[in-house]
Design a protein around this ligand. Sequence first.
Ligand SMILES: Cc1cc2nc3c(=O)[nH]c(=O)nc-3n(C[C@H](O)[C@H](O)[C@H](O)COP(=O)(O)OP(=O)(O)OC[C@H]3O[C@@H](n4cnc5c(N)ncnc54)[C@H](O)[C@@H]3O)c2cc1C
Ligand code: SF4
Ligand code: SF4
Length: 398
Amino acid sequence: MNAPVKQHLIDPEICIRCHTCEEACPVDAITHDENNVVVDASLCNFCMNCIAPCPTGSIDNWRVVATPYSLEEQLSWMELPEQEDLPAAGEGTSGTIEAFDDEVAALLAEAHKGAGGAAKAPASASKPSVNLFTNANPAIATVQGNYRLTAETADADVRHIILDLGSTPFPVLEGQSVGIAPPGLGAQGRPHRMRLYSVSSPRDGERPNTNNLSLTVKREPGGLASNYVCDLARGDQVRLTGPFGSTFLMPNDPQANILMICTGTGSAPFRGFTMRRQRALAGPSGGMTLIFGARTPESLPYFGPLKKVPDALLAKHLVFSRVEGRPKEYVQDRMRAEKDRIAALIASENTHVYVCGLKAMEIGVESAFEDIARGAGLNWRTIRDGMRHSGRYHVETY
Ligand SMILES: Cc1cc2nc3c(=O)[nH]c(=O)nc-3n(C[C@H](O)[C@H](O)[C@H](O)COP(=O)(O)OP(=O)(O)OC[C@H]3O[C@@H](n4cnc5c(N)ncnc54)[C@H](O)[C@@H]3O)c2cc1C
Ligand code: SF4
Ligand code: SF4
C-alpha cells in the first residue's frame, strides 16, 4: 500500500461555485467543470491561501488517503467520501488530520497516545478547522490580559492569557490547541520550534461574540516558550499558528455525559467545555463531572471561578495531594472513591471520557478505570476500546 497522504478536498454539497478560491490559489491547483470545483492533489501545497476567502467553508476539507482522489473522481461527486480508516501520514495513530505541520502532528500523536489507539472525534462534534495559520503566515494576536491564576504563595505560576484576534477570523473549537514559537533563534541559528497550548475559552470567545481566545499556561523553570508567554504584557503582539487538533473535541449532543479528569493546565480545555455547555444549553442535558488534581487549593488554576459553577451543570471533585494535615489524594484516588458512579458512567453509551494534563497521570487513571470496571464485573479494555472507536474516549497528555 502507498504511504498515506493528506488530500485537500472541496465539499460539493456546500460549495456555491463562486470560484473565489481559484483566484486565491497561487499555484492554480483549483479547477472546475460545469459540475464541481476541485483541487488537484499533485499541485496543492497546503499554503491555505484559499481558506479564508471562501464564503461557505466548503474549501476546508481534508482526508488522509492511500491514493489521492483524481480530478475525474472529484468532478463526479455529489458529496464528499467518508474518511477511510487509515493511519495518517506521519502520525501512525489516526486517519484523522490533526495538523498539517509534521512536527505538530507528531506532538499531537504523542499527546493522544495514552488513549490506546487511533483517536476519533465524537460523532456529534462540530467540524474543526485546522492549520489555517502557519509559521510562514501566522495570525497576529494582541495580548488583552495576563492574570496569575495561582496564589503568589503557590509553587506553580499558572497564567490566564487572553489574546485578541482583532479582525482576523481564527475559528477554534473547545479542545483545540494553538501554536506559539518563542521569538528569536536557537543555538544552531534556526528559529525555535513551536509549542502547543490548549485553548481554554469556548468557541465564541471569552465573552460571547468577542474575537478572542484564552490560554492557561504554566511557567516552566528554564522553559523557553512558557516563560515567553507568561511574561507577555497587555498590548504585546504574538504570532499564533493553528488551530490544531481534530479529535479532542466536545460532543454537541446535549444528552452526552462528560467525565473530565485533569491535573494542572490540563484543565484548559475543560474550562472551554464547561463554558460552552453553560452558554449553549438552555434545556436539560447529560451531566458533566470534573475530577481535578492539584497540590493545594492555592495551586489549582481557576479555583475561585470553578467553585461558582452550579453543581447542576458540573459535579466538581477538587483533589489535593499536599494539604497539611490531610492525607494525600490524587485523581485516581477520587475515581476509586466514586467507583459506583464511575462504573455507571463508563457502562453508558452516552458517556464521553476526557483525560488531560501531565503524562504522569495516565498510569494511575488507567489502573483506576481497570479496578473500577473489574469491581463492577466489566472489562475496562473492551469498554475503553469501544468508547475510543465511537469517539468517546480521549487522552491528551504532555
Ligand atoms: C497538545 C498539547 C497541549 C498543551 N497544552 C498546554 C497548556 O494548555 N498549558 C501549558 O502550560 N502547556 C501546555 N502544553 C505543554 C507546552 O506545549 C510546552 O511543552 C510547555 O509550555 C513547556 O514549554 P517551554 O518552551 O516552556 O519549555 P522547553 O524550553 O521546551 O523545556 C521543556 C522542559 O525542559 C526543561 N529545560 C529546558 N532547557 C533546559 C536546560 N538547558 N536544562 C535543564 N532543563 C531544561 C524546562 O525546565 C522545561 O521543564 C501542551 C502540550 C501539548 C502537546
Ligand atoms: S491550499 Fe494553497 S495550493 Fe492548495 S488549493 Fe488552497 S490555495 Fe491552492
Ligand atoms: S470559494 Fe468556496 S464556495 Fe467558492 S468555489 Fe471555492 S470552495 Fe466553492
